[in-house]
Write a protein that binds this ligand. Structure first.
Ligand SMILES: [Fe+2]
Ligand SMILES: [Fe+2]
Length: 207
């Protein structure tokens, strides 16, 4: 009798299209797939709504071309984050809400509203806090998947790399604009707007 090979383990039968080995294997390693999918939908909602709100915030940075450009990089990179993570939701058996209102409401981050008094400093503070929420979210996804779901972990870590950069940019700008204090982020500029060096320029993601 042939010995069972390690790669043959699992309960998905040949030809069964109702289940996926991709999901079976991460579940077997301890991922709560249902909870992960819900988390990813909330996180995708935050990326998508932030992309929308940053469009408005960028408009109101009128006259501050350097701030505008950096806001634009963060805006386009949030769209890249939405694009990167959305297919993974479907791979894991989930789907985006049919109604965009439901999607926006379940965003894992608060709405990045244009401030009542849209000064550059106030806008930069909204941008900074949105990035901080994104860092918390993607760290949580990393925690849920580390050592168990390499694919989701890789995506979340790529996004997290950019969110951490975004926070550093807005700390630098807000600190200077509001307090006159230099706190360098180590950033110069993206090669092209919204370059997304971690989340977009990858072998598996080439829109
Ligand atoms: Fe993002
Ligand atoms: Fe961001």
């Amino acid at each position: 009798m042939a010995t069972e090979k390690p790669h043959a383990k699992g309960r998905v039968k040949p030809g069964d299209t109702t289940q996926s080995v991709g999901m079976e294997q991460i579940a077997a390693r301890g991922v709560n797939v249902k909870a992960l999918v819900e988390k990813l939908i909330d996180a995708a909602g935050a990326e998508f709504t932030t992309y929308y709100y940053y469009t408005i915030l960028r408009m109101y940075l009128a006259g501050k071309e350097d701030y505008k450009e950096i806001c634009e990089d963060a805006r386009l990179e949030d769209r890249a984050h939405f694009e990167l993570i959305t297919p993974r939701i479907y791979e894991l058996g989930g789907s985006l809400p049919r109604d965009i209102r439901v999607f926006a409401d379940r965003s894992s981050c608060p709405d990045a509203y244009l401030p009542e008094e849209p000064t550059a400093a106030n806008i930069l503070e909204v941008l900074l806090e949105a990035e901080r929420c994104a860092i918390r979210t993607w760290n949580e996804v990393c925690d849920m998947t580390a050592g168990k779901d390499p694919r989701t972990y890789d995506m979340a870590a790529r996004i997290l790399n950019e969110e951490i950069e975004h926070e550093a940019w807005f700390i630098e700008l807000l600190s200077m604009e509001r307090d006159g204090v230099v706190r360098p982020s180590g950033h110069f500029r993206r090669g092209t707007p919204g370059e997304a060096p971690y989340s977009k320029n990858t072998a598996f993601y080439n829109p």
